[in-house]
Ligand binder design. Structure first.
Ligand code: PEP
Ligand code: MG
Length: 896
């Protein structure tokens, strides 16, 4: 597309930027200053697309107001007046003029898209006189009063803070009195009466008259949009999406074009590709004779744009207004080519003429993100590296969700729109609060709402899936659920939700709160009860993208796994080895824990050896399974690291049973348990301390490892590569002692089997002293693995088990930006990691270094690991694809 940017009036310091009439003060690169919406309106204007004229009050004004107790900067009023005069001359109408009025829209627009989170006012500038003028000029009194009615309602809610339901109720009453099903059946007189009733209601609610002066209305709306940046909804959204508070919002003031002027008018939303699947087809929804808020609010379920997608009623934009439809498709193609990304477009058709109100990179479901990125790269529109950077690694989580088992019987009681893919079951709940409460108690829930509003966002986040009775693919519920990767079925018109009574009814079935339902967000179906689900196939574009990621990344990706099943899953997801096998987790099964307890409670080496004799064959079999599953790839096995309290008998019954099994008296067993009880188990007799004080435990484990490796090697496949890891070391001496023990055991097993096994001994670096003394530890250790869970715990002095109570407050107060147990604290803990890497490699240049704390699967932490020069990350099997992509992105960014 030709690009010509015509500057209106260059000026050094300004607060307001104009656009429209084929020119603009800004362009798409200025989103920090103009917000996404303002920057793209400027870009579209300068490209000569049909954009109603307007201007943007920059984000710097928001920042200025925040810093100055809400006061506007000097000069703003004059700049707004000048920009408004330019809009008037382009639109050929005057703001507030009773003869020839110019109604405007006032919309928020931050740097990052925050759909539905901030305020918008349409049709601003109307009062009794200008509404009459609009009626006279358009020859359409109904339209003028409809616009006025909408304005009073929106302004009263958004700017004056009146209760939305007051107006909804009055509107419903007016329909009832008229015997009308739809608002469109109300005539000019009905609407005129409603305006008066709305104003009276607003006066009653807020204690002052509704402002008639257009200037007062305008500044009221600008102030409200700026304040909405600090509103609870917006703050929550920013917290969930890591958007800094300091960014601020811009305010866009634009000449109104009307989609509600009659049957040849419409408003709608279009995506240049399908936002659920990524398929390259023009996609969207529209409403004839309506305004934008009607589409996104989800109150009416809108028909599709393309005739091919029309339902049984055959209604589509293509059929109803073919010329405008063709122009829209053409404009969408141009915009996609220009921005080189899928676009989400808002448009209005006024008397058959198309106007563009917004374009932005469209939000998309994870599967769609991958398909679009891969197809655009294959078409040569973008490069492979750009394709890799386009997919949010965290969002892959949504793809790894199950689908309904094709063999399972599906008995849908309702069908809606497939708004966000994934099949999921849970207890039905009918309010965001209940969703949060039950989810916090560990219950899986599906949030069921008539329609969602931005206030439901906490509940949607807490729920595993979302179901609504009303609303289209672009409704708030659909957009937010897709963004969060939650499966969602929208606009399931057959369900009747009674939120008060906490139940819904569909297809003759009543579902009460707490009853289990299953939703399939890919098919748009709702099923009662539990329906079997299957793990997804990770093929097609997903496999292509992952292959590109593997080609682009420098770091290896391993998995944390203890069972053969997890190890196989990890392999399927592309893990290149096991980075952490927590051997203590192998004892949590009921029959095994008894042997582990015997070992721990044993009051002498002889008893302990007896217990270990039971453990040896179990461990040998476990390790053999892991070696087989990993087929010659490295398997890092950590020597036992039990916080003792997790293994001690939990009550008198268990203690008595234990005593019987071990031939102790009940008193002796109780005494032994008391002796072992620790004030601070997280910092107690765990990790290599246990192996130092009871070497027979480490020796048994080492024997199990080498015997298993020898046995698997003898099966003829690739020889296993065990990497034996020493946990919670603080000193080089600890690692030296245990390395000597492992070496001795390996030699002994090799002598018995006649088949020596290649292996490494390394150390976990999970204590600050270990990081600082990494040079000393790298003497005996051939590899390091950063245990960032314990390293975070010990660096902060914050117990992993008890952090929940106060870390939340720390985040809310901004003391910590992120939970350091989720995203590595690069400033503090990260400095220990960097020191560990440098000092370790200085002592042993070929030292292999990885990470196996939870941070190994967190994209932001993986980025840190790349910068720190780690060789690999290790994470839970389900996060392996996320880690592969995040590692690729980190490598691409590091290459610059
Ligand atoms: C760690 O501390 O980061 C680690 C991986 O070990 P664990 O979580 O088992 O203590
Ligand atoms: Mg640890």
């Amino acid at each position: 597309m030709q690009r010509k940017i015509n500057k209106i009036a260059p000026k050094v310091r300004r607060w307001v930027y104009g656009f429209g009439g084929g020119a603009a003060d800004g362009d798409a690169s200025m989103r920090d200053l103009l917000g996404g919406k303002g920057a793209n309106l400027a870009e579209m204007s300068a490209l000569g697309l049909p954009v109603p004229p307007g201007f943007t009050v920059s984000t710097e004004v928001c920042a200025h107001c925040d810093a100055n107790g809400g006061a506007y900067p000097d000069g703003l009023e004059e700049e707004v007046a000048a920009a408004l005069a330019r809009v008037e001359s382009l639109a050929g109408a005057r703001f507030g003029d009773p003869e020839n009025p110019l109604p405007v829209s006032v919309r928020s627009g931050a740097r990052a898209s925050m759909p539905g989170m901030m305020d918008t006012v349409l049709n601003l500038g109307l009062n009794d006189a200008t509404a009459a003028g609009l009626a006279a000029r358009t020859g359409d009194a109904r339209f003028a009063w409809d616009s006025y009615r909408r304005f009073v309602q929106m302004y009263a809610e958004v700017v004056l803070g009146a209760d939305r339901y007051r107006f909804e109720d009055l509107l419903a009453l007016a329909r009832e009195e008229k015997g009308a099903a739809l608002d469109t059946e109300l005539d000019a007189d009905d609407l005129r009466r409603l305006v008066a009733a709305f104003k009276a209601a607003a006066r009653e609610e807020v204690g002052r008259d509704f402002p008639d002066d257009p200037g007062e209305q305008l500044w009221g709306a600008i102030g409200a949009v700026l304040r909405s940046w600090r509103g609870e909804r917006a703050v929550t959204y920013r917290r969930l999406h890591d958007i800094p508070d300091a960014w601020g919002t811009a305010v866009n003031i634009q000449a109104m074009v009307f989609g509600n002027m009659g049957a040849d008018c419409a408003t709608g939303v279009a995506f240049t590709r399908d936002p659920s699947t990524g398929e390259n087809r023009f996609y969207g929804e529209f409403l004839a004779n309506a305004q934008g808020e009607d589409v996104v609010s989800g109150v009416r379920t809108p028909p599709p744009l393309a005739a091919a997608a029309a339902g049984p009623d055959g209604v589509s934009m293509e059929a109803a207004m073919p010329d405008a439809f063709r122009q829209l498709v053409e404009t969408g193609r141009r915009l996609e080519a220009h921005y080189r990304d899928m676009q989400d477009i808002e448009f209005t058709v006024q008397r058959g003429r198309l106007y563009m109100l917004q374009t932005r990179a469209g939000k998309r479901a994870p599967a769609a993100a991958i398909r679009i990125a891969v197809e655009m790269a294959e078409a040569g529109t973008i490069g492979r590296e750009e394709a890799l950077l386009r997919v949010d690694p965290g969002a892959l989580d949504g793809l790894l969700h199950p689908v309904i088992d094709p063999a399972a019987e599906r008995r849908p009681i309702a069908t809606g729109l497939p708004a966000s893919p994934g099949a999921v079951g849970g207890a039905a709940v009918f309010s965001a609060g209940e969703a949060e409460r039950r989810a916090a108690a560990g219950e899986a829930v599906i949030l069921v709402r008539r329609e969602t509003s931005p206030e439901d966002i906490h509940g949607m986040y807490a729920a595993r899936g979302v179901l609504t009775a009303r609303g289209g693919m672009t409704s708030h519920a659909a957009v937010v659920a897709r963004g969060m990767g939650r499966p969602c079925v929208c606009g399931a018109g057959r369900i009747r939700v009674d939120a008060e009574a906490r139940r819904f009814e569909a297809g003759g079935v009543t579902v009460e709160e707490g009853d289990w339902i299953t939703i399939d967000g890919a098919a748009g179906q709702v099923m009662p009860g539990r329906v079997a689900t299957l793990e997804p196939e990770l093929s097609g574009e997903f496999a292509t993208l992952m292959a590109w990621a593997d080609g682009a990344r420098r770091m290896g990706v391993r998995a944390n796994a203890e069972t053969a099943q997890d190890a196989r899953k990890a392999r399927e997801f592309g893990a290149e080895g096991i980075g952490l096998c927590r051997t203590e987790h192998m004892f949590f099964e009921a029959e095994r824990i008894a042997a582990a307890r015997e070992m721990i409670l044993a009051d002498g080496e002889e008893r302990r050896r007896a217990a270990l004799a039971k453990i040896l064959p179990m461990q040998r079999a476990d390790f053999a399974e892991l070696f087989r599953a990993m087929d010659g790839r490295p398997v890092t096995i950590r020597l036992l690291d039990p916080p003792l309290h997790e293994f001690l008998p939990q009550d008198d019954g268990e203690l008595a049973e234990m005593a019987r099994a071990m031939g102790f008296s009940a008193e002796a067993a109780a005494r032994r348990a008391r002796e072992l009880r620790e004030a601070n188990p997280m910092l107690g007799h765990r990790g290599c301390r246990l192996a130092i004080s009871h070497p027979e435990i480490a020796e048994t484990q080492a024997r199990a490892i080498f015997e298993a490796a020898a046995a698997v090697a003898a099966e003829g496949g690739p020889a296993p590569v065990p990497e034996v890891m020493v946990p919670l070391a603080a000193t080089g001496a600890e690692v030296e002692i245990l390395k000597a023990l492992v070496d001795r055991t390996a030699a002994a097993v090799a002598a018995e089997t006649g088949a020596p096994i290649d292996y490494l001994v390394g150390a976990m670096i999970e204590l600050p002293r270990a990081a600082l003394r990494a040079g000393e530890i790298a003497g005996p250790a051939a590899f390091f693995s950063f245990g960032t869970n314990d390293l975070t715990q010990t660096a902060f002095g914050v117990s992993r088990d008890d952090a929940g109570a106060f870390l939340r407050v720390y985040r809310e107060r901004g003391i910590l930006e992120k939970d350091p147990f989720v995203t590595l604290d690069a400033d503090g803990v990260g400095e220990l990691v960097t020191a560990g890497v440098e000092r370790g490699r200085a002592a042993r240049p070929d030292l292999k270094i990885g990470i196996c704390g939870e941070h190994g699967g967190d994209p932001a932490s993986i980025e840190f690991c790349e910068r720190a020069g780690l060789d690999y990350v290790s994470c839970s099997p389900y996060r392996v694809p996320i880690a592969r992509l995040a590692a690729a992105q980190a490598a691409i960014r590091a290459r610059g």
